[in-house]
Design a protein around this ligand. Sequence first.
Ligand code: UD1
Ligand code: UDP
Length: 373
Amino acid sequence: MRIVSVVGTRPQLIKAAALGPALRDRHAEVFVDTGQHWDEQMAGAFFAELGLPRPDHSLGVGGGGHADQTGRMLEALEPILVAERPDAVLVYGDTNSTLAGALVAAKLGIPVAHVEAGLRSFDRRMPEEINRVVADHLATWCFAPTPTAVANLAAEGITSGVVEVGDLMQDLASRAVAEVRDPHALAAVGSRLGVPLAPGGYVFATIHRAENRTPGALATWPGILANAARPDRPVILALHPGTRAALDDAGVVLPPGIHVVEPLGYRTTLTLQLHAAAILTDSGGVQREAAWLGTPCLVLRSTTEWSEAVGGSGGRMVLVGLDGDRARDALDRLAPPNRSAADARARAASLDLAPSGAAEAIVAALAAAEVAR
Ligand code: UD1
Ligand code: UDP
């Protein structure tokens, strides 16, 4: 099949790195980057680190509000799809790039393959929920990562073209485990970041959801992060540029104890997650990675579309929203300072993460559809 893949954001570059090699072994891929993320640390660096191909088309349409950004993507994508005449357009996840790719393709009558289909937070205030619902309803193939995702699709009447394939990001993480579990990898990250890092001796954090960039949220979560810090246990916050801009606009200065670093590379982030005392995050990807690595995780949201990660964590992952008391209780229970170093060492030593086979399953489903045509 001739497939146009549309990416644009950091997590989509990571997912494309997991699927791309298998996809290109069997199908012809035209790789399109909308440029929704454009900073070197949010996008460019992942091409080199993860061996992504140079995009065949770079749209350069990042920034702006939802309508403006999505509108520019629609305009830029249409002539490309008309000229490339693909058999299918493949989109990942739930960003504005996902929505634009699915919408342009569907309007041109080109079948859409949606990777990470069927996820639902059941909160339509999230821009991602709107994007994923629309993409699922436009898609010919819904590649679902979990049984719950398949059930969510069925509840909305989507049963045809649904395949439960597993999670691409698990496959990529499983390939990186051997490298990141080595305590020397953590020490090397620490010296690059200029903070001495020992197993269990820090908390790792990321935060970027739109709901956590509102004035009320910006007045709350910095305190939750600061409370997680101790004199001998800094919080390492890998700060998304959109969150940094929101903090600056609101005039919020982060309290002491929070060590802010620029967005990090993929393996660096996995290394920091594995050896941390705990993770505080609102990221979908980081939630799943925390679950696979077994690191205690506080989710700074009140809902999740990754219910399996939370449900299957044996209580190690907790939705705390922006409730400071819940966060403190969960952290005291999951990462007591006297146990954190031993827990982190034991976790790294026993880690055994198998791939889910998602890439192969997606490639095979598309190949079967090609044969059936
Ligand atoms: C987007 C996705 C979100 C995903 C996240 C991954 C949507 C609606 N949201 O959110 O689902 O979880 O990516 O990280 O698609 N910025 C820069 N440089 C960059 C990228 C962003 O400075 O390279 C700043 C800009 O101020 C920009 C803001 O971040 O306006 C928001 O970026 P945008 O891509 O619109 O949304 P994200 O918050 O990154
Ligand atoms: N990630 C990264 N550098 C960072 C923060 C996150 O490489 O500084 C990785 C993280 O390990 C995961 C992915 O980015 O693989 C998650 O993307 P993000 O949190 O931006 O978006 P979401 O998953 O919430 O859509």
